[in-house]
Design a protein around this ligand. Structure first.
Ligand SMILES: NC(=O)c1ccc[n+]([C@@H]2O[C@H](COP(=O)([O-])OP(=O)(O)OC[C@H]3O[C@@H](n4cnc5c(N)ncnc54)[C@H](O)[C@@H]3O)[C@@H](O)[C@H]2O)c1
Length: 251
């Protein structure tokens, strides 16, 4: 069984959905989880869930587009715990809109949360990973970045940039034994998609997946934990796509 005993994992967007599931999963496998989100209430619930189950978590509520807050958080965790071994860039927003309805403020926000947030979290944790000669970065993209979609082009632009970032960092950081991979999930049950599609909308999309359903967040956590483990030591710069077979049947 994979163990993350002694490891510190920073997970962004951990107040709900997949981020919460990842935090719980890593804590169960022995990691100290540093959880971050813009939603302090949900983040508190995630932390309580972890500590009630006997795990260890520290929480930092702030907006992931706030670079100074990222740097302060990583500095604080480094002084308390010696650094961050694993970074999961998960925080995200998603609102399906056609191109005419995406204004400059919405576009900027999309890029800031996904691309700026992921980039500066990476920049903050890399010096410590280089010093220790070990690190894992996992960036959360989306199947839509591989396949396109008839709406949400701002979201897809941001998730596409994350794939580029992943490949660039994989090459740049390989000499320090830091692996960088992306996951591109297909449909996963979460508040974000329920807000966008509603339950009926999700059920309709489930019928198009070869496995006949969307994933539960916990199924994605297992993929992510593998990529973060020593067992995945020769995998870097890859896009792993837990999507129930959806890309097999065409985009
Ligand atoms: N659910 C899906 O089908 C699906 C598919 C592919 C990719 N994704 C991606 O997976 C990730 C997790 O999404 P989810 O489906 O669990 O949705 P979710 O809405 O449950 O979780 C997203 C979390 O990010 C947080 N967040 C939003 N803006 C933030 C900010 N500025 N700073 C800090 N935190 C912020 C939210 O508060 C929330 O807790 C996202 O990056 C999303 O784009 C989701």
């Amino acid at each position: 069984m994979v163990s993350f005993a002694g490891k510190t994992v920073l997970i962004t967007g951990a107040a709900s959905g997949m981020g919460r599931a990842h935090a719980h999963h890593f804590a169960k496998l022995g990691a100290h989880v540093v959880i971050q989100d813009i939603d302090p209430k949900g983040l508190g619930e995630t932390r309580a869930m972890i500590t009630d189950a006997g795990g260890a978590a520290t929480s930092f509520p702030f907006d992931i587009a706030d670079v100074a807050a990222i740097d302060r958080t990583v500095a604080e965790v480094t002084s308390q715990r010696g650094g961050i071994d694993i970074l999961v860039n998960n925080a995200g927003i998603g609102i399906d809109k056609v191109i005419e309805d995406i204004d400059q403020a919405a576009f900027d926000r999309m890029i800031n949360v996904h691309v700026k947030g992921s980039f500066f979290c990476g920049r903050a944790v890399v010096p410590g990973m280089k010093q220790r000669g070990w690190g894992r970065i996992i960036n959360v993209s989306s199947r839509w970045a591989q396949a396109g979609h008839h709406m949400a082009s701002d979201y897809i632009a941001a998730k596409g940039a994350i794939l580029g970032l992943t490949k660039a960092w994989a090459k740049e950081l390989a000499p320090w034994n830091i692996t960088v991979n992306a996951i591109a999930p297909g449909g996963v049950w979460s508040q974000m998609v329920l807000d966008n599609l509603g339950e009926e909308g999700v059920r309709a999309e489930e019928r198009e997946v070869p496995l006949g359903r969307w994933a539960q967040p916990e199924e994605i956590s297992a993929t992510l934990a593998f990529l973060a483990s020593d067992e995945a030591s020769f995998i870097t710069g890859q896009v792993v796509s837990p999507n129930g077979g959806k890309t097999i049947v065409g985009f």
